[in-house]
Ligand binder design. Structure first.
Ligand code: ARG
Length: 592
């Protein structure tokens, strides 16, 4: 595994060393605070930040640090190593410029390294990610869409960084509602639901069953008996339940396949899987005194969690009627994930409205000893998708928006948008691109928004060719690929050694330094679990590339060496964009 140390990290280490030389020993670990800068490659605010504590004038401390830096600090690894050029500025900043040769060498190193030189910084971690989790016999709604898209990106990024990732689809496949639904299906054999459109049919059946349950006490009684039959393993009831699950999972899988989501049938560990564990969960919590009787139900409480009325909020582990709740099942998921999957980190990508639920579940599991201190459990919440009216996204008549309709609409809009361009694709290729662009647009719009914020679902904006959209990034990638193709057609061999002795144009410099930030960006996403940081990075990269391409002729460069260096930058840009798009779960077509 060849890991390429980012230039910024090298600069940081060099400035840290120089700064500590200029400081008394007790301040030797002062943070050099190195950032990218507009005035030079980087800026260090370290001297300014620590000057007061050191009892020094900031500019003096900055000069002293600069003097230590000037004694050639070699960076860039292989020869010719260069030194950082420091310049004291303002109240005590250091502007830092890296030699051109170091930057060219870095480009070359990333091009030849495995995985573009990104370190597998998460090696040894075992992360379980709970995401998607649609409900059997119900259509997936936009909330599931967000969980699916965000969870999948996190799974991709963490695996890319070397973590062992276990995907868990906690399908809602159990509960008293199935007694009612199965009873209704039995009593209405004329209402077929299998096959094409089964989810809409089941959705309708479910609503009809609910209405009858509410209006017909006889049916309500028969439904309750059915719940008992289901729970005690009655063969005929179980058979229908299995059909419901199988049919729903087929429908979910079709959605995952269309969206390019990694989830496969083997990743499903539905709620029903935990049935047998629930009595044990309750017994242990009772024995430990964590769960107590509260008005007939068995509940656990978390210190400091109170409702608006000031009363403690209960986590219901067993309901008054003896049934186990959602919370008991989630406690069981933690045990399985710790004991069997040996997780070191567990993520639950679920709607922000369930924050309190997870806070209490994690707290109870820790107290019960099921969640050891060295295992991190994190709720990864997300905001609501809103309609143009600023209210939760619904159809005109208030129903859930069918995912497939929504994707069809995005593909259609992307098709219209792309057709305006002169693309030179066969109609088959064009259709493929339109699919990639439309679906990518929906995913990117979701991922590029701050995860915890609500956002408005606006198809027209999502498919725009300009602005921070998936289509814009896919285009940027295709443009790079097209230049590389042209170079190959003209007989220019790619991968010619980069010449580090050549001058570096400011736009080349800016692009190269941005290309060098992929690993830091991915580490940041893995830490914060915020995919929009990767989206923002790719958008910035695409813009840096555009700037470079406007200012630096590539194929028409009048020197073979210059052209080779610029092609290397194009190549690295293309591969960085492709990697980033793939980690966001977007296709990166070669031609658009
Ligand atoms: N099926 C649930 C729903 O549709 C989401 C489950 C989330 N995951 C979990 N482990 N609780 O709201």
């Amino acid at each position: 595994m060849s890991h390429v140390v980012a230039i910024k990290d090298q600069v940081e280490a060099a400035v840290q060393a120089a700064l500590s030389q200029a400081l008394p020993a007790e301040l030797a670990d002062a943070d050099p605070v190195v950032r990218r800068s507009d005035r030079a490659d980087f800026q260090s605010n370290g001297p300014l930040a620590v000057a007061k504590r050191a009892g020094r004038a900031p500019r003096d401390l900055a000069s002293a640090t600069a003097a230590h830096l000037a004694a050639p600090t070699t960076i860039g690894g292989a020869a010719p190593a260069g030194s950082i050029t420091p310049e004291v500025s303002g109240p005590g900043f250091l502007n830092l410029t890296v030699p051109a040769a170091t930057i060219w060498q870095q480009v070359a190193a990333r091009l030849t390294a495995e995985n573009l030189g990104v370190a597998t910084s998460r090696t040894g971690e075992r992360t379980v990610i709970d995401y998607s989790a649609p409900n059997v016999a119900k259509e997936m709604h936009v909330g599931h869409l967000r969980s699916t898209i965000i969870g999948d990106t996190l799974a991709r990024v963490l695996a890319h960084l070397g973590a062992e990732v276990t995907r868990q689809n906690h399908v809602g496949d159990w509960g008293t509602q199935f007694g009612m639904l199965i009873q209704f299906i039995d009593e209405h054999p004329e209402r077929t639901w299998q096959g094409e459109g089964s989810m809409s049919a089941l959705d309708a059946l479910y609503r009809a069953a609910r209405a009858e349950f509410n209006s017909d006490p006889g049916f309500a009684d028969r439904s309750r008996e059915r719940v008992v039959a289901l729970q005690s393993g009655d063969a005929a009831t179980l058979a229908t339940w299995r059909e419901l699950v199988a049919e729903s999972e087929t429908a979910f899988q079709a959605v995952y396949d269309r969206l390019g989501i990694l989830l496969a049938p083997a990743d499903a560990d539905g709620e029903s899987r935990y049935n047998a564990d629930l009595p044990g969960i309750v017994d242990e919590l009772t024995a430990q005194g964590i769960a107590v009787d509260s008005g007939g139900a068995l509940c656990a409480f978390t210190d400091g969690v109170v409702g608006p009325d000031g009363d403690p909020v209960p986590l219901i582990v067993r309901k008054k009627d003896g049934g186990f709740g959602y919370a008991a099942t989630d406690l069981a998921t933690l045990r399985l994930r710790v004991d069997e999957y040996r997780a070191t980190r567990i993520l639950y990508v679920v709607d922000a409205r369930q924050a309190l639920h997870f806070r209490m579940v994690f707290d109870v599991a820790r107290r019960a000893g099921w969640l050891p201190d060295d295992v991190a459990a994190t709720h990864v919440p997300f905001g609501t998708v809103l309609g143009a009216d600023g209210k939760p996204f619904k159809t005109r008549d208030g129903g859930t928006v069918r995912l497939n309709d929504l994707l069809d609409q995005a593909v259609e809009r992307a098709r219209a948008e792309l057709a305006q361009k002169d693309h030179g694709l066969t109609s088959e290729e064009f259709e493929h691109v339109a699919q990639s662009a439309g679906i990518g647009a929906v995913k990117y719009a979701d991922l590029s928004n701050t995860r915890t914020k609500d956002y408005v679902f606006d198809v027209d904006r999502m498919v725009a060719l300009n602005g921070n959209t998936g289509v814009y990034l896919q285009y940027a990638h295709a443009r790079v690929r097209s230049i590389l193709r042209k170079a190959a057609d003209a007989g220019v061999t790619l991968g010619v050694p980069v010449d580090p002795a050549l001058a570096l144009h400011p736009a080349e410099r800016a692009l190269a330094l941005t290309l060098d930030e992929l690993a830091a960006t991915l580490d940041d996403v893995a830490e914060t679990l915020e995919p929009h940081r990767l989206a923002g990075y790719l958008f910035g990269l695409a813009r840096a590339y555009t700037e470079f391409y406007d200012q630096c002729p590539v194929l028409r460069a009048d020197d073979d060496g210059v052209r080779a260096n610029r092609l290397a930058l194009c190549d690295l840009t293309g591969r960085t964009l492709a990697t980033g798009l793939d980690l966001l779960g977007l296709a990166a077509p070669d031609r658009m």
